[in-house]
Design a protein around this ligand. Sequence first.
Ligand SMILES: [Zn+2]
Length: 295
Amino acid sequence: MIELRKKTTFAFAIIIIAVFSLSSCFDDLSPNETVVQKTIIIPETTRPVTTVTEQTTVTELEPETTEPETTEPETEATEPEPEPEPLPIIDNEWALWLISANHPLPLDYVPQLVEISGSKHKIDIRVKGYADLLFEAAQRDGINLRVISGYRSVEDQEMYFLSVYRYMKSKGYSDETAFYKTIAEIAVPYTSEHNAGLAIDFNLIEEHFDQTPEFRWLAGNAWKYGFIMRYPADKTNTTGIIYEPWHFRFVGLYHAEQIYNSGLCLEEYIDALNISIGNSDYQIVEEYKNYVLSL
Ligand SMILES: [Zn+2]
């Protein structure tokens, strides 16, 4: 009897030791999450595209607060993640280019363009593979995305700009006010992401596009393919552009993931990286204003 009790006690001790060993193993393995959260901002502009593994980890951490609706994402979490292939990309600094009123494209910039699959609109050739994956994934989820605008030439930009400017004038604004009202809605030539072929306007150029399933899908999934919503409603003071739920900008898989998770807009993200990226020219808008007002 005593022998049996000794054996039982011994066996019990072994189990306790085993349980402690195992739990300490799990402690070592555990929070991938913490690591990812701490790496929200990493100044690595030359970092290659993220792997599928990294994306899967972060997917589990999607902050609910950045979702416009909470209805759909829940169901998506249970579906198998679409897996963007690691497309060849030399570096992704070009994808992070800040193109805005104060950061025009170089006047001699010539993007290499290709048609977006199933569309007449073009996009930077380096973005096409990611755009294709995004459209395929949307289709798999029963979402019908259409391209309203992709690459836009500087000439088209000018035409578009002047027509909006004239519309503003027709509403009774003075020349100068009409100009500033216009630049809040359409960038002056050379300062639009469309001029670089790095942005896509989807489906509907209306604010209430954000009430559609297409927008909800894009808001929750576009980052997985390297695209961000570029002009959010709460960042208009920083971007200088009105809320544009239809406009998505390619920034590369890595940066899209960081921007999506951090809730920053591109300007804030680049500031946080503490890098200088893009071409700084604070005169172009003023010069263009003088030109437009002289017409
Ligand atoms: Zn756009």
